[in-house]
Design a protein. Sequence first.
Length: 232
Amino acid sequence: MGVAGVDGSSIASSVLVVEDERRIARLIELELVHEGFHVELAFDGATGLRLALEKNFGVILLDLMLPGMSGLEVCRTLRKQKRTPIIILTARDSTGDKVEGLDAGADDYVTKPFVTDELLARIRAALRRGMAREELVAFDLQVFPEERRAVRAGQNLELTTREFDLLHFLLRNVDKVLSRDVILRRVWGYDFEGETNVVDVYIRYLRMKVDEPFSTPLIHTIRGVGYVLRRP
Ligand code: CA
């Protein structure tokens, strides 16, 4: 288990591009990196699926015509386990392909050759939708971001805005050790100028509500590093 860096923890800005035409893949990568996204490339379906299952991406751009495992197979297989937003990239613009892609669990499609601005707009929209419908569960803890509601063992947790934001961030990075600095920057913001022990104070508040009334603690201190919300 490593310490999540600022990049590693920003799922919402990471994009997986699964595209066998390397020139196109590199072009997309260049545009996305320019827009501030973290990008990973896969040049075949099986690699794309493995990365999509192993890591948490904000959105996946998926070509349909891939060597070996097709884009549709990747889509169907991934959907059995994860709801990461998928945008299909396809050179084929027949209605049938689009319908098949959407039926396989894709969220949207872009026809190649695409206009970069349109692709970026669709990525941003998919990221927004993905974040809103995110299912955040660890053991008996559930967080519903859209409703800003947290539930443990069927009981609603009464959290302040900051406590909710902190719990949401910890849960989005479940099993990942987060330094105080990363938590501070991501939950309180880059321009926060208060005391850094504010993180410790809020972790204490959270524990009183999230852990202490229940028998299994989920929030753990990693001495000298920071905190982790860990599945028991
Ligand atoms: Ca292709």
